[in-house]
Design a protein around this ligand. Structure first.
Ligand code: PMP
Length: 292
């Protein structure tokens, strides 16, 4: 089946999906995006992703060319045309084509593109065995420069972390903020468990307001686990009973080793496993259904 990409109101093939070399998303990373999952025809947490997208747009004063409901319809229609019941959606809104200057007033029309693809990130055994990870020297953007709550196209901070992760031979790494507190991974939020209590850094520590993070916080409340949003350090990660990352692509993935310290039993711990199982129980129901 051909892959159809939504590009500014048209459905085009991958070969025909071209944007201007004057696009400010390309020239300056000036734009925003979302990564969204489809599980059995359900666009998981569609509203939450669109809310975050429109909040990011407001924060960077990007005029959205589509209303909220038009955007949702474009998402649904792109998934439908691609006939994909399980996959990943990348929704990108760039400031649009302008001139070579920075001034966003010269980019009068934002550009929207939606790509739907199959996704496989970690093999199933990684969810049982856990990932090996390291901390990196690259610090999180400070919120008063580029707030990590904005899911902007400027991902160099995260790419620098990914490069360090690659050099260390691991798939995800831990980034600290400029005060030395744990912020998040290159593209995942982080949680630790100590003596039955689940901790995650507050977003002011430099974490994206992850949709999976919010889902896990809600599941902790539902399942009766105490959850604390509190700053913590690498020491707390090293001595934790369990550590896991959360993200749209990664879901809930355990960590077995951090900077050569074995975490807990060196495999996915009981609370991580329970949360992953419960998380997988909501992914097909909580969202917008495409094919019915
Ligand atoms: N932090 C960063 C920097 C991210 O890019 C992402 C998205 N992959 C996350 C955290 C996780 O957010 P979500 O659960 O909304 O995918």
């Amino acid at each position: 089946m051909a892959q159809w990409i939504y590009l500014d109101g048209n459905y085009v093939t991958k070969e025909d999906a071209k944007v201007s070399v004057y696009d400010h998303g390309f020239l300056y990373g000036d734009g925003i995006f979302e990564g969204i999952r489809i599980y059995n025809g359900n666009i998981f947490k569609c509203k939450e992703h669109l809310d975050r997208l429109y909040d990011s747009a407001k924060s960077i004063m990007l005029n959205m060319p589509l209303t909220y409901s038009e955007m949702q319809e474009a998402l649904v229609e792109t998934v439908r045309r691609n006939g994909l019941r399980d996959g990943y959606i990348r929704l990108v809104v760039s400031r649009g084509a302008g001139d070579l200057g920075l001034d966003p007033r010269r980019s009068p029309k934002a550009s929207v593109l939606i790509i739907v693809e199959q996704l496989s990130i970690y093999p199933e055994e990684a969810y049982r065995n856990g990932l090996k990870t390291v901390s990196v020297s690259t610090r999180r953007n400070v919120p008063d420069a580029l707030n990590p709550k904005i899911k902007s196209l400027n991902y160099l901070n995260n790419i620098l972390v990914k490069i360090q992760a690659n050099l260390a031979g691991v798939g995800e790494a831990i980034m600290l903020n400029s005060q030395g507190y744990v912020a998040e991974g290159s593209s995942d939020n982080i949680f630790i468990v100590k003596r039955g209590i689940v901790y995650t850094p507050p977003c002011y520590c430099g974490a994206l307001e992850g949709i999976t993070r919010a889902a896990i916080i809600a599941l902790c409340a539902k399942l009766g686990y105490t959850l604390k949003e509190e700053p913590f350090t690498l020491h707390d990660v090293y001595v934790a009973d369990e550590v896991f990352f959360t993200g749209t692509a990664a879901e809930v993935i355990a960590v077995r080793e951090v900077d050569a310290r074995i975490i807990g039993e060196g495999k996915a711990g009981p609370i991580t496993t329970h949360l992953l199982q419960e998380f997988r129980g909501i992914v097909e129901v909580d969202g917008v259904s495409v094919f019915e």
